[in-house]
Design a protein around this ligand. Sequence first.
Ligand SMILES: Cc1cc2nc3c(=O)[nH]c(=O)nc-3n(C[C@H](O)[C@H](O)[C@H](O)COP(=O)(O)OP(=O)(O)OC[C@H]3O[C@@H](n4cnc5c(N)ncnc54)[C@H](O)[C@@H]3O)c2cc1C
Length: 412
Amino acid sequence: MSSLKVDFDIAVIGGGFTGAVISAALAERGRNVLLVEKDSAYRDKNRGELIHSWGVSEAQLLNAVETVVASGGVLLQRWKSGRGVRDLVASTPSGLGCIGIHHPDLQNGLLSRAKSVGVSVVRPARVIAVKNSIPCTVLVDDHRARRKYRVHWVVGADGRNSGVRRWIGHDVRALSRSLRITGALLRCLDLPGNTISAPSNPEQKLAATMIPVGRDRFRAYMISNPTDLRIDAKPSFATFCAGLITSGVPAASLSHARLAGPIGSFSLPDAWVERAAVGRVALVGDAAAVSDPCFGAGLSLALRDVRILSELLGSDESLDNAADIYSLRQFEYRKQLRRLHGWVRHLTFGTGIAADEARRRALPLLAADPCRRPDLIGLGPDAPNDSVAFRRFYGIDEIFRTAEMSLQASAT
Ligand SMILES: Cc1cc2nc3c(=O)[nH]c(=O)nc-3n(C[C@H](O)[C@H](O)[C@H](O)COP(=O)(O)OP(=O)(O)OC[C@H]3O[C@@H](n4cnc5c(N)ncnc54)[C@H](O)[C@@H]3O)c2cc1C
């Protein structure tokens, strides 16, 4: 980094999942890192508890898997859906499957790791201003005093309502479409503790995901169309369980279920910035882009942001071009995943004649050949998303094949 006199090489704003992972990754690459987190403790929220297998591959590259497992992460080797049971260990590149973990356990474990590799943590303290200059300045209020830090780089990991994003003047673009996700922490379910259960009810346009998060707890989610008037935005426990059952969760598995936290309901469309880094300020995780939580990809995407940005900021050779390279790559893989999510959202939850017709054509083909479906669990944004993949997913290739066959038949 340059010879300018600074307090730290890099200031990371926000000590949630993403902030804790990136500050440790940067410290391990020899950077002197300040991490500022506004809350004194992490609370249970309905959020971020399933790391997809492709995200586990990212965590492996960041040497973070051991910490996640030691913090209570459960290795989930199987994915059970209406299409059968998938062996995730045998069928995904990570060779470990997915990980389920209670979000506050995840945050606590990763913050402890950041401290243990030398990150200076200031908590509770709120960043109230950031200046994108050389050097950058970060103004921190710790409830007793305000202090200005001079740093070479700022990383905004301050979540979906990011102040850093606002201070550096980023415009957020958002999709208008999203699904609704309703979730709660449950105990005493009669479901296997190493398997994600993800049934769906295509006729009712409902789906559920039951994620084991350790110590006899499951995060249960019901996914629906936000325009579906049958789904109460604030359901009672009984209504929530009834919705899970309609989505395909076996009623017997819920017969002793207990509620272990609040029931929350969200409709969060994808939102993103065009450039995730400008000057010496970069955004990661939800601060850079929010992915519709119904697809459970936020943590995995944040891990990829962290891997790419920490490689660039951790090496003096790439520093000058870090903002451009990170912005381009980050925009590309996020866009690819958005495209794939759009296909799945339309086919599973879309309304109207076109969506009904697409389902009529595509669902039997997908049931007969699951490889027609993009592998969102094992490959995420690296799953093919070109026009060939599109035609295979929607079964359009079959229309061409049938037409070609009948042309050939009539020509002979
Ligand atoms: C209902 C729901 C279910 C989800 N399920 C999944 C799932 O199963 N799998 C998955 O991968 N993703 C899931 N997600 C998405 C996932 O939760 C998020 O992508 C992830 O938690 C984002 O982490 P983050 O660290 O970027 O942001 P946050 O968790 O929002 O962390 C931001 C941190 O910054 C701090 N902060 C903010 N402002 C300041 C400031 N000015 N000064 C100092 N500190 C500040 C905050 O206190 C917070 O700790 C879900 C989301 C929702 C809403």
